[in-house]
Design a protein around this ligand. Structure first.
Ligand code: SAM
Length: 245
């Protein structure tokens, strides 16, 4: 399902219409209904509002505000991801099958790699594209290709990658859902678009691709998606299952 796009100033009309065309939605030059989810274009950029989200503010991707702190906050995660990737002489070509908020992709990029990140949600894809346009991280984003697709359909046409990374949504744990308003918004967007995944089946398709390394992020105590794990990198709450070709 798509949603209406509101713009509050004439200068945003063309941009709102451009996105509406891609999403197959309608534009209005005022907020006509805030009882349903909507997208809004204003001076801050493109944002998504959901009336049932706990956060009262609408959801916007802002790489600039996070750029100073996101690495520090995720230092432990960064250590685990580095370990999962392993050392390489050359920058790696990474296919991130689950772009999400691009936080893991940003980590790969900061480590000097080249990333193709795939996001299935049309709404999230446009929010990310908008955030990237406003970002000051031009050098970093020059090594990122963002694709709007289900990664499983994309990999069939994909060229050679060194690494595939797969971080599907974890089953809804109350604690996790409470922790992050961003994660709640992500879940609401997927619900709104009626997107449901079967990560185990998707994993089996991804496994058919010939790559050196397949990295799967899982909750620490969850069952693996498949047999043949070569090694695991474990944190307190998550782990990476690594499959080598
Ligand atoms: C847990 S989040 C990923 C978070 C991301 N690793 C980050 O660091 O921000 C999962 C995201 O991947 C997307 N996703 C899940 N399965 C996918 C698939 N098969 N193809 C494309 N996107 C997928 C979901 O729509 C969601 O946005």
């Amino acid at each position: 399902m798509t949603c209406n796009i509101f713009y509050t100033s004439k200068k945003h009309k063309n941009y709102a219409e451009e996105i509406a065309k891609k999403l197959g939605s309608r534009t209005f030059n005022m907020i006509v209904d805030n009882e349903k989810p909507y997208l809004e274009v204003n001076d801050l950029g493109l944002s998504f509002f959901h009336p049932k989200a706990r956060a009262k503010k609408s959801f916007i991707i802002d790489f600039n505000s996070r750029s100073m702190s996101w690495r520090l906050k995720r230092a432990d995660h960064e250590r685990l991801i580095k370990k999962a990737l392993g050392k390489s002489e050359q920058p790696q070509k990474i296919l991130d099958c689950t772009a999400g908020l691009l936080q893991d992709s940003l980590l790969f990029l900061t480590l000097g790699h080249e990333v193709t990140a795939v996001e299935q949600s049309n709404i999230l894809f446009h929010l990310l594209e908008d955030g990237m346009k406003r970002s000051k991280e031009n050098e970093i984003f020059s090594r990122l290709t963002l694709v709007n697709a289900n990664a499983c359909s994309f990999v069939r046409e994909a060229k050679e990658f060194d690494v595939i990374y797969f971080d599907p949504m974890f089953p809804q744990a109350k604690k996790t859902a409470l922790r992050s308003a961003q994660l709640e918004y992500l879940t609401k967007i997927l619900e709104h678009e009626s997107i449901k995944n079967n990560p185990k089946e998707e994993f089996q398709l991804l496994q058919l691709m010939s790559v050196n390394k397949l990295i799967i992020k899982r909750p620490i105590n969850a069952n693996p998606f498949g047999e043949g794990i070569n090694y695991q990198v474990k944190g307190k709450t998550i782990r990476f299952d690594i499959y080598l070709d």
